[in-house]
Design a protein around this ligand. Structure first.
Ligand code: ZN
Length: 243
């Protein structure tokens, strides 16, 4: 089975479409695992949910998904995220709202735990350091945990002598086996590692390998739509920088 691992689509239809086209060129996928934040920030929240629904998938809830339907307080959002959440709420249909509302916080599939932020705090916690990763290894029982939220592609490995943090580089292939891992495929719709290309991963369960990919998308089109929608300029500009 081939699993497409996508996180943080964030209403960016151009990025989401580019990722799906890229996967199609690479033997396609059987099922998509989506790690939350389908909406928020970007100009196409409704279209992104529609596109997701056209594919066999499992999705967990992200903080922006629930902020947009008023299920999560946005007190810890910065001004721009708050503005975008309010705008996003106005774009959603009843079906979109029901879909987001029904998303689980955590899903366990085979030897994988799927959450948006962290297994300890699925909606809110960022895993950005080996020390935070170390604590979070105690909060799931599977061999592997897939997370999003930080929009930074990386892997934390529970090695015999402690936690090892590694960048999940473009086209790097990781064998899944010896040690437990926390894996972040990076963000589809709003990368933050300085590379504006959309970021995702493919899990090949028959060979037990996970591979990271970057793909260019039409950033200018997304930015133009955001301008027309009146979304904050900081959010528009950061797409071009990828940070
Ligand atoms: Zn996000």
């Amino acid at each position: 089975m081939r699993y497409a691992i996508l996180a943080d689509i964030h209403g960016n239809l151009e990025a989401f479409t580019a990722v799906l086209n890229d996967i199609e060129k690479r033997e396609g996928f059987d099922i998509m695992w989506c790690l939350g934040d389908v909406v928020g920030y970007g100009p196409d929240p409704h279209a992104c949910i529609e596109l997701l629904l056209q594919h066999e998938h499992i999705c967990v809830a992200g903080n922006h998904d629930w902020a947009a339907i008023d299920r999560l307080d946005t007190f810890d959002f910065n001004f721009f995220a708050h503005e975008a959440a309010a705008w996003t709420a106005l774009q959603l249909t009843d079906r979109d709202i029901n879909y987001l509302d029904a998303l689980p916080e955590c899903v366990i599939e085979r030897d994988f735990t799927l959450v948006h932020g962290s297994p300890r705090s699925p909606l809110l916690e960022y895993i950005l350091s080996p020390s935070v990763a170390e604590e979070n290894f105690k909060f799931f029982n599977t061999g592997f945990c897939l997370v999003g939220h930080s929009h930074l592609p990386c892997i934390f490995e529970e090695a015999d002598n402690g936690i090892i943090e590694a960048q999940f580089e473009n086209e790097s292939i990781w064998p899944l086996g010896e040690h437990r891992l926390i894996i972040n495929p990076g963000g589809v719709g709003q990368p933050r590692d300085g590379d504006p290309r959309a970021s995702y991963a493919i899990l090949d369960s028959s060979r037990m390998l996970i591979t990271h990919y970057r793909v260019k998308y039409d950033v200018e089109s997304t930015q133009k739509k955001m301008q027309e929608a009146g979304l904050p300029s900081f959010l528009i500009e950061r797409l071009g920088r990828g940070c």
